[in-house]
Design a binder for this molecule. Structure first.
Ligand SMILES: Nc1nc2c(c(=O)[nH]1)N[C@H]1C(S)=C(S)[C@@H](COP(=O)(O)O)O[C@H]1N2
Ligand SMILES: [Mo]
Length: 401
């Protein structure tokens, strides 16, 4: 049943047929057949060769090969929307960010230039959808059937959220900061995508409002002109097209906080619990779990028996990566990979391993990472209704020729 999510259970997947798209991209064999049928590589405005999983709302994944590098280029960065209402880009001089709420002493309205006047902070951080790898769950669970491309790592730059909040002044008694974007649904429709974070995370020095991504304006589909960056936390809090902030004395009680993006209580231990949103049975999904991916070679690839290099990246909640092991035999034996210099605790850490001479045949390559906190990828899928936090070591099949 869940055998294929166990590392040692690589046998079944090894024999699964791989389906190649017209231009050669090979999809993870574990994806549901329906997803394999609709997945296409497409170019979008500002985007090259993303894997289309849905159009309305737009959900496009980054192809695995892009994770051979620690930084994901803007034109390959994945796209995830909940509502089919991508806003048109505002003239930058008209853009206004309002900061108010019952936990604010006064309402503030900041313009683009006001944000530029604040100290600018650069943070290298992974944005990963909580549902990344959901499509690899066996049995399958409902939601966008992501393979492993609902993530990316970029250098985000802009003012600290804490500096922005100063313009409205936080009252004692404030508990959460609500954030909203310009992708408001047509009425009547699904509830607007608004999220909240606890005051402590909002005040964290690394929590910023990004006005730039990898040294350029944010692509429209990644939240132009500005988005929230919550390093270490899953992408759901990284609200795009940011235009409203509320300082609140009560927990946000909408669909996106109370129903979606929640996990069974205690299933995924975190360092900084989101107490104001926890219930007896569930809690919001917050900190990412340690994980890794092999990006080179790719699924279905052919490699030389004289030797090849296995490359990929590893990441976690922000403690940093201590170790990555690679298996060339489906998880039976493990070798320590070389780690590149860390780019920062929230960034991808690149790893590589030289295979040495190999005999011809089919091989299953697997990677598994351990964080500086001593957490290692889970050997067994921690099943949950949302299909979140799948960090079971991923195997890919290659042929040594
Ligand atoms: N305004 C807005 N922001 C949003 C979302 C959204 O639907 N609307 N989706 C969130 C989720 S769930 C994820 S995973 C990330 C995805 O970021 P990306 O589209 O830039 O890759 O954006 C987050 N911010
Ligand atoms: Mo997400």
């Amino acid at each position: 049943m869940q055998r294929r999510n166990v590392i040692a259970g690589g046998g079944a997947a090894l024999l699964a047929p791989v389906s190649a798209l017209a231009d050669g991209l090979v999809l993870p064999p574990e994806l549901p057949d329906g997803t394999k049928e609709i997945a296409r590589l497409v170019n979008l405005p500002g985007k090259i060769r993303l894997l289309r999983l849905a159009d309305r709302p737009p959900n496009y994944a980054t192809p695995t090969e892009a994770f051979a590098d620690a930084i994901t280029p803007n034109d390959r960065f994945f796209v995830r929307y909940h509502i089919d209402a991508v806003p048109s880009p505002p003239p930058i001089d008209d853009w206004i960010l309002t900061i108010g709420g019952d936990g604010a002493v006064q309402e503030a309205r900041l313009r683009w230039n006001d944000l530029l006047d604040l100290p600018q902070i650069g943070v290298l951080a992974v944005c990963q959808c909580a549902g990344n790898r959901r499509g690899l769950s066996v049995p399958h669970v409902a939601g966008v059937q992501w393979g492993d491309g609902a993530m990316g790592c970029a250098e985000w730059r802009g003012p600290r959220l804490s500096d922005i909040l100063k313009a409205a002044r936080i009252k004692p008694g404030a508990v959460e900061i609500y954030v909203g974007g310009a992708d408001v649904p047509p009425v009547p429709g699904p509830p607007a995508f608004r999220k909240s974070i606890p005051l402590a995370k909002a005040k964290d020095d690394d929590t910023i409002v990004a006005m730039a991504m990898n040294g350029s304006p944010l692509p429209l589909l990644n939240g132009y002109p500005a988005r929230l960056i919550v390093p270490g936390w899953t992408g759901t809090y990284w609200v795009k097209h940011l235009n409203s902030i509320e300082i609140s004395t009560t927990p946000l009680a909408n669909f996106w906080m109370k129903t979606a993006y929640r996990v069974p209580a205690g299933l995924f231990p975190v360092q900084q619990p989101f107490a104001s949103q926890a219930s007896e049975t569930s809690e919001p999904i917050t900190e990412m779990v340690v994980n890794s991916i092999i990006a080179d070679p790719v699924e279905g690839g052919e490699v030389e028996r004289s030797g090849f290099t296995v490359r990929g990246v590893a990441w976690d909640r922000g403690t940093g990566i201590r170790r990555v092991e690679v298996s060339l035999d489906g998880g039976k034996t493990w070798l320590d990979a070389l780690l590149d210099r860390p780019l920062g605790p929230y960034a991808y850490r690149r790893f590589s391993l030289d295979s040495g001479f190999m005999r011809r045949g089919q091989y299953r390559l697997v990677s598994r990472a351990t964080s500086n906190a001593g957490e290692r990828q889970s050997d067994v899928l921690k099943a949950n209704p949302g299909g979140y936090h799948n960090n079971v070591p991923r195997g890919i099949s290659v042929t040594v020729t």
